[in-house]
Write a protein of this length. Structure first.
Length: 169
């Protein structure tokens, strides 16, 4: 019974309450969308999303590592979405420190994040590949590629909002 409870908790945390199990074809998109909705529901401040992102990164690194050690045949299953959720919270925290609060910022972050998370441009793809091929830092490897994908996401989101505001001015 104890093993079942531990396994259930690992799956529950790594799938962010089961949101990674909603869609077999797009679990990362579903997890990111749920994180976007939660971010929007939070008070418009950078502090709370940043704290949540930090907590989820720490928890996710640990729980993903435990899960992968129990299931070594699949090193980054799509239904593990705690990494996407963590990155969305961090991206929203970062953009809210750079720009005044606007509701559409959450949508822009979501769109650019999904683009960069799927595309995984250099060096994100190399870091992810290194962690998988060396079979080290597996939990960290699952989490860090999405954290790295949020950096160009925020840069592009900031640039897009600034360009649009110049155009509308």
């Amino acid at each position: 019974m104890e093993a079942f409870v531990k396994q259930f908790l690992l799956v529950f945390i790594n799938t962010f309450g089961g949101s990674g199990l909603i869609s077999k074809k797009m679990p990362g998109t579903v997890g990111s969308a749920i994180a976007t909705i939660i971010s929007y529901a939070l008070p418009p401040s950078a502090l709370l999303p940043f704290i949540l992102s930090s907590l989820l990164f720490t928890l996710g690194t640990f729980t993903c590592q435990k899960y992968i050690l129990n299931h070594p045949s699949n090193l980054d299953p799509g239904y593990i979405v705690i990494d996407e959720v963590c990155a969305i919270f961090l991206g929203n925290a970062m953009i809210l420190t750079l720009l005044p609060y606007k509701w559409y910022l959450y949508i822009i972050i979501f769109i650019f994040f999904r683009l960069f998370d799927i595309w995984k441009p250099y060096p994100i793809n190399e870091i992810e590949k290194y962690c998988k091929t060396k079979r080290i830092l597996l939990g960290f490897g699952i989490m860090v590629d999405d954290i790295l994908a949020i950096l160009p996401t925020v840069l592009c989101s900031y640039s897009a909002v600034r360009l649009i505001s110049l155009w509308w001015a």
